[in-house]
Design a protein around this ligand. Structure first.
Ligand code: MG
Length: 249
């Protein structure tokens, strides 16, 4: 199963095999159908400081920390970086708008994926650029027992954030695994870029409005069109990891 894709990855990264011990899992757009609300909240915050930006822009920034997103908007629109107090205040305002919006739903298929990982003994690690407590606090309610507090990397734990490999390197450290002992599950191009840069097998799940090619171009080793189709395929993919060793011929 998935032999060609796995062999290509092993040869690119010069690994002998993949021994899956941990899944490094993004939150927004992966576990929660939250990206449309985030994009709306960002757009409203921007409009309050006189900037009319298309919502689609925010799907491309997805994965970055709030501070990094604000800095990019400032460089683009004002020709200078944002100060620390601007980053803090504007991110506070964006989280306030997001928190006032109707509650977002767990992504269909996410629970099934998490349950399967648990059954086969693969550790689940949360790796998010978010620091938004509205969702972080709901994880235990929506996905009980899935992410203990010490198995989470959030915006509070990183300096740079995605698309740097930093959050995924940190996640491997807390899981105690090597790059060929885990895999990444991401919905956004910048998150995929981060997983790929960490030399981890990276699964792109296209749950938003972007073209699937954008995930492949960012470095996804395989792309699924929804979390439900990924959850269905996951047992076969794991089987593929376990049964493929690098073909050295
Ligand atoms: Mg995401």
């Amino acid at each position: 199963m998935y032999t060609e894709i796995i062999q290509r990855f092993l040869s690119e990264c010069d690994y002998i095999n993949i021994h899956p011990r941990a899944a490094l899992i993004d939150m927004d757009g992966t576990l929660y159908d939250s990206m449309p609300s985030h994009a709306k909240a960002w757009r409203q915050m921007a409009s309050e400081i006189g900037l009319e930006l298309p919502e689609a822009d925010f799907f491309r920034y997805e994965g970055r920390t709030g501070a990094s997103t604000i800095d990019i908007i400032f460089r683009q629109e004002f020709g200078r970086g944002a100060t620390d107090s601007e980053k803090k205040e504007l991110y506070r305002r964006k989280t306030e708008i997001f928190a006032s919006m109707p509650a977002v739903s767990p992504m269909p298929g996410a629970g099934q994926m998490l349950d399967f990982l648990d059954v086969v003994g693969i550790k689940r690690i949360l790796v998010t650029g978010s620091g938004q407590s509205t969702l972080l606090d709901r994880l235990d309610v929506d996905f009980p027992g899935s992410f203990s507090k010490d198995l989470r990397v959030t915006s509070r734990d990183v300096k740079i954030g995605k698309p740097s490999p930093e959050p995924y390197l940190k996640a491997m450290e807390i899981a105690g695994v090597k790059p060929n002992e885990c895999f990444v599950i991401e919905n956004a191009p910048l998150g995929v870029e981060a997983g790929h840069a960490a030399k981890i097998f990276t699964i792109g799940v296209n749950t938003g409005p972007l073209r699937p090619e954008e995930l492949a171009e960012a470095g996804a080793d395989i792309v699924f069109s929804s979390m439900t189709s990924f959850a269905e395929a996951l047992p076969y993919l794991i089987y593929g990891f376990i049964t493929n060793s690098r073909n050295l011929n």
